[in-house]
Design a protein around this ligand. Structure first.
Ligand SMILES: Cc1ncc(COP(=O)(O)O)c(C=O)c1O
Length: 403
């Protein structure tokens, strides 16, 4: 068997389709956001980053960095083990209390990433409930899908944000079967927001557990940055709220919050929680500091929303096709992997703008796009520069124009 040939054939087909992934070799320097240094074969080049998930720039916040350094100096660089074997520190307990309090839940549980939190929790839940069905929004994240697969329960996919289809699926199921409805509050690629109240109503009517991923919402929406469920006063009606510390909080790690019993069950059985080393104290302290800062004031959030509005307003007046959605995410559909790659290439080489092309399987084929994110540190000049550059590239590549 020629293994190399098999791998190389797979890679060739990715390249032929224009969706071979090329990582940008960047140096993001503290105090210089949204600029970063790009290492290219021709040397270093300064670019403006327009696709970060560090939505508020918290990864560079002086108090967050200080908290990380202090904790590392005091407690060491690593946590020392899994949570069960000496890897539980007091800072883990405090952070779990903080996230539980943020979401108005009895208990929180920290994981090493948001992916890990989804995968481990959903699979553990599905395994606990005999003959369970997970009703999953068709645009759920890979980690939710993987959790359902690992849990080996039946999966019903309902059309994206479609309450009628969710109802139809629920009606077709035996009322006695345990059910979990799993969805996301802010969908990261389309930037749209789930109809949470309707989902909660259906969950109550059909006695389903609700599982909500707030990864792209925490820190940005709702009182104290608690997310979309909090914004709409629905926290009490969601059984499990999952999120992470890696987007608006600017660090890394994931978590769930829920009832004492449910979280204790996940803590006790979820393989992806039990059998991995816990987050280092520096990371835990930095995440905790970031949450506290964003609970305490809305200065960065306000600045972000001001910039989001400015970017959307400029795009709406121009030639680049752009659909306004209610979140902070600004998707621009190109609709073809090779063209999407070309757009990003010209932006980077000629306009010093870094945006990553988004291709299949992150989005369906034909829906390839740019996914722009603006931060509080982008200036009005940078926003105008971006839109001018996009219009230049759109014209040169003859891409479809706004209607
Ligand atoms: C909706 C959603 N859930 C979960 C995750 C995984 O989070 P993490 O990056 O912390 O693993 C992501 C990552 O982008 C995501 O978009």
């Amino acid at each position: 068997m020629n293994y190399d040939h098999i791998f190389s054939t797979h890679l060739q087909s990715l390249k032929a389709e224009g969706r071979y992934r090329i990582f940008a070799d960047l140096e993001r320097l503290v105090g210089e956001a949204p600029y970063a240094l790009w290492h290219t074969p021709e040397g270093k080049k300064k670019v403006i980053v327009w696709c970060t998930n560090d939505y508020l720039g918290m990864s560079q916040h002086p108090e967050v960095i200080e908290a990380m350094m202090k904790a590392a100096t005091r407690y060491g660089a690593g946590s020392g083990g899994t949570r069960n074997i000496s890897g539980t520190s007091h800072s883990h307990i405090l952070l779990e209390r903080e996230v539980a309090d943020l979401h108005g839940k009895e208990k929180g549980l920290i994981f090493t990433s948001g992916y890990n939190a989804n995968e481990a929790t959903i699979s553990a839940l599905a395994q606990a409930l005999p003959n369970c069905v997970v009703l999953s929004d068709e645009k759920n994240h890979a980690s939710i899908i993987q959790g359902i697969r690992s849990g080996k329960s039946e999966r019903r996919i309902f059309r994206h944000n479609n309450l009628a289809d969710l109802r139809e699926n629920l009606e077709s199921l035996d009322p006695k079967r345990p059910k979990i409805i799993a969805c996301i509050s802010v969908y990261s690629m389309d930037g749209d927001i789930a109809p949470l109240e309707g989902i909660c109503d259906l969950a109550e009517e059909f006695k389903a557990i609700t599982y909500l991923d707030e990864v792209h919402a925490v820190g940005l929406y709702g009182p104290q940055g608690a997310g979309i469920a909090a914004q709409y006063g629905l926290q009490d009606r969601i059984d499990i709220i999952q999120a992470n510390f890696a987007k608006a909080y600017g660090v890394i790690g994931g978590y769930i919050t829920g009832s004492e019993l449910l979280v204790d069950y996940v803590r006790s059985v979820a393989s992806g929680f039990i059998f991995t080393t816990s987050l280092p104290p520096g990371v835990v302290a930095a995440a905790h500091k970031s949450i506290s800062i964003l609970r305490g004031n809305t200065i960065l959030r306000d600045k972000l929303w001001h910039n989001v509005e400015m970017l959307k307003g400029r795009l709406e007046k121009g030639i680049v096709p752009f659909q306004r959605v209610s979140s902070h995410i600004v998707p621009i559909i190109v609709g073809n992997a090779a063209q999407c790659h070309d757009v990003c290439d010209i932006l980077r080489r000629e306009h010093d703008i870094y945006v990553q092309p988004i291709n299949y399987p992150t989005v369906p084929r034909g829906q390839e796009r740019l996914r722009l994110t603006v931060t509080p540190s982008h200036t009005p000049e940078m926003i105008h520069h971006l839109v001018d550059a996009l219009e230049d590239v759109w014209g040169r590549l003859n891409l479809s124009l706004a209607a």
